[in-house]
Design a protein around this ligand. Structure first.
Ligand code: HEM
Length: 507
């Protein structure tokens, strides 16, 4: 009996200690609220849609105060929403220093996967990575190659749809293979065979690694990665296998014809001793992950939004037809001068930023954000693009609505607004300042080519049996999206715009 009482007392003391050490919100900053710590635990107990969690528990305080204290990754962080605060963070890179997983949670599987890389590093280390990567990403890419891959994607979609009859088909797997092909072949000049075969080792390994990494319990409590759970041992093995396979493919690729490409530049940096083997492997992994995962998620979200809006698909089709775009030889000028296409892509990137939330900066000194929020030295800060990009104070009362026309009607007007919104940190999908995305140009080119090719060949709608839910944790996008594709019937539009269904199927 006495022993039982002792045990209960010990249990109670442990719970109190855990609460005070880990779960009690920090005193500072004092003038912003804290989202209750248990909100981070909801995905363990319930199969949730994270956009519901955001709306229910985070949106109101975050928007009212411009920032909140948020428990994530087993620690308290500051999550920032207000554009003026964000602009300040983007600008002062020395005060709000990049500090990625390799510093925050060095023992974690995630840190082992991405290592020390261009996205999460700071200072001289970052400069050393950037000098190699930037020229490899800010060049003209081979649009014909992407268009060729887009053609294969259409064939695969058509075959999959034919097998499914009138039922919906899952699109993520095919889009992953497609974006892997574009990133590896066009950016890194490595052929991984992912588009041709669902069994390509890199695709199989990548899917397995993703399943392990985005498990909510390990994302929220990365210290659990230290414990010898069989699942963590397996995750580490998968990560090692993935990195070996990617590096092997890079080393075996022939780069003689394109010494300015990113793959060749990385190998050269390694051969000349500028980067050691680990730096090569970590930067290669991050270029591959950022370079194909983000466009992939954006494609899923764009197909989802267009599936909900057949009228926008039709308007896009008319725009493409009016420009006489020939995807056998895509003209970059013509692709860029399509206002609706551009506005659809920006609107999709606004509503579903592939990196919805990211916490990877740390105050190097005590700081006063916006002259009002005291941030103690060492505290982590992050952004919630999903929230800022949908702020009704900035985007109006219909901020949650898919409305490409909000960007403007001409290419000039759209680009002007895009630049202004980015400069004011009101649209932060690619973040901002010196550390904003280096792959934006490639991502946008790929999105343009993909959409034009798909819209020319298909119409699609949401599978009526698919339940519209977003992912429970990690990147926020439509979960396991299923669409029904139909081969486009070419209409020979009359002068009055009336449609004359002339059955010219693209087969
Ligand atoms: C729609 C597609 C994409 C989105 C939304 C996106 C978003 C972002 C964001 C938000 C950052 C800043 C991360 C941070 O603050 O820590 C970033 C950085 C970066 N992205 Fe992207 N990205 C996309 C595509 C790509 C592609 C295709 C590549 C390469 C092929 C790429 C390469 C990079 C690199 C190298 C950086 C680090 C820049 C630096 O710190 O100097 N991204 N990206």
């Amino acid at each position: 009996m006495f022993f039982l009482l002792e045990l209960l007392l010990l249990g109670a003391i442990s719970i109190i200690l855990i609460y005070y050490i880990f779960l009690l919100p920090p005193k500072h900053p004092a003038n912003i609220p804290a989202v209750p710590f248990w909100v981070a635990l909801i995905p363990f107990f319930k199969d949730v849609d994270q956009s519901d969690i955001f709306r229910k528990y985070i949106q109101q305080p975050l928007r009212e105060y411009g920032a909140v204290k948020l428990f994530f990754g087993a620690q308290w962080n500051i999550l920032v929403h207000r554009p003026s605060y964000l602009a300040e963070i983007f600008k002062d890179e020395d005060l709000y220093q990049k500090s990625g997983n390799q510093k925050k949670i060095p023992h974690s599987v995630l840190a082992e996967f991405l290592g020390d890389n261009i996205i999460s590093s700071y200072g001289d280390t970052w400069r050393k990575y950037q000098a190699v990567v930037k020229p490899g990403l800010q060049r003209n890419f081979d649009a014909d190659w992407i268009a060729k891959n887009a053609e294969v994607l259409c064939r695969l979609l058509r075959e999959t749809q034919a097998r499914a009859g009138g039922n919906g088909i899952a699109v993520q797997e095919l889009l992953q293979r497609y974006s892997v092909a574009n990133c590896s072949e066009v950016v890194l000049q490595v052929n991984l065979g992912a588009l041709e075969s669902p069994n390509a080792p890199i695709h199989v390994l990548q899917s397995a690694v993703k399943r392990e990494i985005f498990k909510p319990i390990f994302m929220n409590f990365p210290f659990l990665d230290r414990l010898p759970f069989p699942s963590r041992t397996r995750a580490r093995q998968l990560v090692a296998q993935f990195k070996r396979e990617l590096k092997r493919a890079l080393l075996e690729s022939k780069h003689e014809h394109d010494t300015d490409g990113l793959g060749a530049r990385m190998l050269h940096a390694n051969a000349t001793g500028t980067w050691n083997d680990k730096q090569l492997s970590d930067n290669l992994t991050v270029a591959f992950v950022a370079g194909q995962e983000n466009p992939q998620l954006c494609m899923i979200s764009t197909l989802y939004l267009l599936g909900q809006h057949p009228e926008v698909q039709e308007a896009l089709y008319r725009e493409i037809q009016s420009r006489g775009i020939d995807m056998a030889q895509p003209s970059l000028e013509a692709l860029q001068d399509m206002p609706l296409l551009t506005a659809v892509i920006y609107e999709s990137l606004r509503l579903f930023p592939p990196i919805g939330q990211l916490v990877n900066r740390r105050a190097s000194e005590d700081a006063l954000l916006g002259g009002e929020i005291f941030i103690p030295k060492g505290m982590y800060l992050g952004y919630n693009c999903y929230s800022t990009n949908r702020d009704p104070d900035i985007w109006g009362p219909n901020a949650d609505r898919f409305d490409p026309s909000r960007w403007g009607l001409s290419t000039t007007a759209i680009q002007k607004q895009y630049r202004a919104r980015r400069a004011r940190a009101e649209f932060i999908t690619f973040h901002g300042g010196r550390r904003s995305c280096l792959g934006e140009r490639f991502a946008l080119l790929q999105l343009r080519i993909t959409l034009v090719t798909l819209v020319q060949q298909f119409t699609w709608r949401l599978d009526p049996t698919w339940v519209d839910r977003k992912t429970p944790a990690g990147p926020l996008y439509p979960r396991a999206l299923r669409l029904v594709f139909s081969n486009r019937v070419k209409f020979s539009g009359s002068a009055s715009g009336e449609k004359n269904p002339e059955m010219l199927r693209h087969e």
